[in-house]
Design a protein around this ligand. Structure first.
Ligand code: ADP
Ligand code: GLC
Length: 497
């Protein structure tokens, strides 16, 4: 019999560390199931069987084949750190190189609507029929637009498992032209104003928001922000109408995987108790970035997708006017070409102070975390953000905007210099960022103050423990919601004869 903690969760997502990662979603989809597993929840994760994933695995067993409206798929099974991992295998995933969503020239795959409709249809089948996974699924936990159709498709069934939909980023919606709708085998019954329809298009993320028993996002502040017009990306009305079912649960981080005391990618290990070796990482970072080795100049680091969200243009605007810099900056990023070019121009103008590395490089990213003095995140919005938490752990003080998870995880120097862990600027503008940078440079010159701030950050825990319990509670509530929905539909059918 199912008790509160041992409910069986099918966790559906489009990326997972270390097999396939484009951003923080992958880290969360690896570490949250682990944390849930530790608390006794039975979690099975399902992802698309991308070529890059299959290439890394030599122990995939074929579990079954199943039919979807878009044709048959094979379901493979393996294990990742003690958690069962299922793969939805189909040529649209396994015959494609590189990134899950984009080709090498940074354009989205044109058949993404089909690929993630197919994935969602397969997840729906797995969740509905005990025979495929050999287990009755109690909850389907879906993440972002790539799985948004799942709660909608499940809503057409009775009885059905409970559904939880987590929004990691509301700006990426998976909206498709209506003329594709039938071709994708999507049910007409879902295309209406309270369903998938969104300004004449069909929206995958809206499926999750409108139909899931519980909707949550990855920080309490972002949960409030997305219910406002400014941050709501056109979904704020719907989110407000469902606000009693919308909540925010702060992401945790994998504190073992991100530990400066054991991290194998960095030049020298260190900890809150023995922070001395951090300086060796700074030297190594300066050297690898081609910047002069100097312990006394503040070194700012950035690791980012180069996208409007991350405010990299705000950083460039803030620096462009400067004739001389009193600090160094090293940027690791990939994304929009225009931002890459502007960053290169900045590097050309300040070759002794600015270094730019374009690409996705896990090893170098660890060195930036460990070697920089300050981690810059001038995001316009930030659902949670993991890098500021990784930075805190590595004694690298975050300089952030007052949004989303950044506001929820950083204690601002201006509010309380004694307990502060970083710097929060007033808003996402070049002006405010310049002021924030000046404040950091000033604080950096006071060595004992700086050491105190680093210590504050390094001794703050962002483990999953607390948030995993909050997810368990959310699952419990969703189970209650689904039981009521299942019963209402049964009763309605009964009275309709
Ligand atoms: P988002 O998911 O919005 O990009 P997060 O802060 O949640 O932002 O997570 C980003 C994750 O992706 C972090 O683990 C970060 O280190 C990693 N990352 C981003 N860009 C790069 C890059 N160019 N190279 C290596 N890692 C990167
Ligand atoms: C998204 C968000 C980021 C968040 C991550 C994991 O990519 O942009 O803020 O940390 O998802 O939840």
């Amino acid at each position: 019999m199912m008790t509160d903690n041992n409910c069986k969760v099918l966790f559906a997502c489009s990326e997972i560390t270390p097999l396939v990662k484009t951003g923080g979603l992958a880290d969360v989809c690896a570490s949250l199931p682990q944390a849930l597993h530790r608390t006794g929840t039975e979690v099975r994760v399902v992802i698309p069987g991308y070529k890059t994933v299959l290439n890394q695995l030599d122990n995939v067993a074929l579990v079954c084949t199943l039919d979807t409206p878009l044709g048959p798929v094979a379901i493979g099974k393996t294990e990742l750190d003690n958690v069962e991992l299922y793969l939805v295998c189909h040529p649209v995933f396994s015959n494609r190189p590189g990134n899950p969503y984009m080709s090498d020239d940074d354009r989205g795959w044109s058949d993404n609507p089909l690929r993630f409709a197919l994935f969602s249809q397969a997840v729906t089948e797995l969740a509905l029929h005990k025979d495929y996974l050999n287990v009755e699924t109690d909850i389907v936990h879906c993440h972002d637009w790539q799985t948004g159709l799942v709660p909608a498709l499940l809503a057409l069934h009775n009885p059905r498992p409970a559904t939880v939909f987590t929004i990691h980023n509301l700006a990426y919606q998976g909206n498709i032209m209506f003329n594709l709708y039938d071709e994708l085998g999507l049910p007409g019954a879902l295309f209406h104003a309270n369903g998938l329809e969104f300004w004449g298009q069909a929206s995958y993320i809206k499926g999750g928001i409108a139909y899931a028993d519980r909707v949550n996002t990855v920080s309490p502040t972002y949960a409030k922000e997305i219910q406002t017009e400014f941050y709501g990306n056109g979904m704020d009305g719907l989110l407000r109408s469902r606000s009693s079912r919308v909540s925010g649960i702060l992401n945790g981080i994998d504190e073992e995987a991100w530990d400066p005391a054991t991290d194998k990618h960095i030049s020298a290990n260190f900890s809150a108790k023995n922070p001395e070796n951090k300086s060796a990482n700074k030297r190594a970072l300066q050297q690898k970035s081609g910047l002069p080795e100097n312990a006394d100049i503040p070194l700012f680091g950035v690791i980012s997708r180069l996208a409007n969200q991350k405010g990299i243009d705000i950083l460039i605007d803030a620096l462009e006017g400067e004739t001389e810099l009193r600090y160094q900056l090293t940027v690791l990023g990939s994304g929009e070409t225009e931002l890459q070019n502007r960053l290169y121009q900045l590097q050309e103008k300040h070759p002794q102070h600015v270094a730019v590395k374009i690409g996705f490089d896990e090893t170098f990213s660890r060195l930036v975390e460990a070697g920089a003095d300050v981690f810059l995140m001038p995001s316009r919005y930030e659902p949670c953000g993991l890098n500021q938490m990784y930075s805190l752990r590595y004694g690298t003080l975050p300089l952030v905007t007052p949004v989303g998870g950044l506001a929820d995880t950083v204690i601002n120097y201006s509010d309380n210099p004694e307990t502060a862990t970083g710097f929060i600027i007033d808003d996402a503008t070049p002006e405010a960022l310049r002021q924030g940078i000046d404040q950091c440079v000033g604080a950096f010159s006071n060595k004992s103050l700086w050491a105190q701030l680093q210590h504050n950050g390094m001794t703050t825990s962002f483990s999953w423990e607390k948030s995993a319990l909050l997810y368990q509670q959310l699952y419990k509530t969703a189970l209650g919601d689904a039981a009521i929905a299942n019963e209402h539909i049964r009763n309605a059918r009964f009275s309709a004869g």
